[in-house]
Design a protein around this ligand. Structure first.
Ligand SMILES: Cc1ncc(COP(=O)(O)O)c(C=O)c1O
Length: 391
């Protein structure tokens, strides 16, 4: 039996809420389930009113990609502007700004967390820099204190690509609430899912009204629905960013179980982490490093093998044993579109090195203890072979 890398986790309530959405006969966007999910997210992100940071406005989207595109539109980046970001990320972080005619400027990552290296950001800033896009890799927060201070010093906006960061925190504050804007993903590979899905977190109150218009295809339909205007009209650019009520109903079923799903993933993550202590101390792999500041969410478990060749061999050997382990981001700066649309600031040697050696192991709420034990045993058996993981 193959152990899949990911198996979408169902809570059991999805179909009942979808049936309710169907009975409500309001299937397009911005109905009852959308509002419930948005309110739930707003309350959680504000730590139920006791956070001590500004209350965010949340808009559900059909993907994190859509939320990132809304973020780029909201801050008004355009041709000639530059946005600093890691190259070790998904294409959507960069596409969002490229679609606006702006240039992604790729900066290297830290060797420990694989998040943007804050010590390299200032050297990448030019008079054209408008924003910094931060990715919280594996749901372990980037150094938001240092990045926030740099942004303030240079008058830059911060966008948090928190695709992997749902229900994770940095110094006790939820990821996604630090930047002017944050983006979440509920794609089926994430902890809490709706197939495709996402949300834009608007932390700067000055951007909230426009974000709602961008979200409603450039109209003030949200104000019309609230009875604030007697008709809605075309106000600004915008697009179809909001999900249907069917998707929001599915997400509503998942959100209720968000804490339980996170706890389960964290427990599985810890089993891997403890199990691979010996592998690391024998110099056969490096385990993830989670800084004390980061309250991570167990989104993914990875190992850094000694060489790219060891990684290729290990992926093949795991596949032969029916274990679906996979690599992760292929650095954007070396990709055809990255070379065409972006530029690098300094050398990206940590990015290239980590991307070539990283292996992600199966981790999902449905992974059984037996399956996890099989993965651990296989990794030890494969990595102990001198040809694979020798130093
Ligand atoms: C860092 C990052 N940003 C954005 C995305 C895109 O998310 P979505 O599939 O919800 O559009 C991903 C997807 O995995 C991601 O890893």
């Amino acid at each position: 039996m193959t152990i899949p890398f990911n198996r979408p986790n169902l809570t059991g309530d999805e179909l009942a809420f979808i049936a309710e959405a169907v009975r409500n006969l309001q299937l397009s966007a911005n109905g009852e389930f959308t509002r419930r999910c948005q309110r739930w997210l707003e309350e959680r992100l504000e730590a139920d009113g006791h956070g001590g940071w500004p209350a965010p406005r949340v808009l559900l989207t059909h993907s994190c990609t859509a939320a990132l595109e809304m973020a780029a539109l909201s801050i008004g980046v355009g041709p000639g502007d530059e946005v600093i970001m890691p190259s070790f990320t998904f294409v959507s972080t960069a596409n969002a700004v490229v679609l606006r005619g702006a240039t992604p400027v790729f900066v290297d990552i830290r060797p420990d967390t694989l998040n943007l290296d804050e010590t390299l950001i200032e050297a990448a800033i030019t008079p054209r820099t408008r924003a910094i896009s931060v990715v919280h890799y594996a749901g372990a927060g980037a150094n938001m204190e240092a990045i926030g201070a740099i942004a303030r010093r240079h008058g830059l906006r911060v966008i948090e690509d928190s695709a992997q960061g749902f229900l994770a925190s940095y110094r006790g504050r939820p990821l996604g609430t630090f930047g002017a804007l944050g983006a979440l993903s509920f794609h089926e590979t994430k902890n809490v899912i709706s197939g495709e899905g996402g949300a834009l977190i608007v932390n700067d109150p000055g951007l909230a009204e426009r974000a709602e218009i961008l979200w409603e295809k450039g109209t003030d339909r949200s104000r019309f629905r609230r009875g604030e205007v007697d008709r809605y009209t075309w106000q600004d650019v915008g697009s179809s960013f909001a999900p249907s009520e069917i998707l929001a109903a599915f997400l509503w079923a998942q959100l209720q179980h968000g804490d339980e799903i996170t706890r389960r993933r964290l427990a599985q993550w810890t089993v891997y982490h403890e199990a691979f202590r010996g592998l690391e101390s024998d110099g056969l792999a490096r385990r993830p490093i989670i800084p004390a500041d980061a309250g991570h969410n167990g989104h993914l478990y990875y190992l850094l093998l000694p060489t790219a060749a060891a990684r290729a061999e290990a992926l093949d050997a795991l596949a032969r044993r029916g274990i679906q382990a996979i690599f992760h981001y292929v650095p954007l700066h070396n990709s055809p579109a990255g070379r065409r649309y972006g530029r690098t600031a300094g050398r990206l040697s940590v990015t290239e090195d980590a991307a070539a050696r990283l292996v992600r192991l199966p981790l999902h709420a449905g992974l059984s203890g037996d399956e996890q034990a099989r993965v651990i045993q296989a990794v030890y058996a494969i990595c102990a072979q001198p040809a694979v993981c020798s130093r």
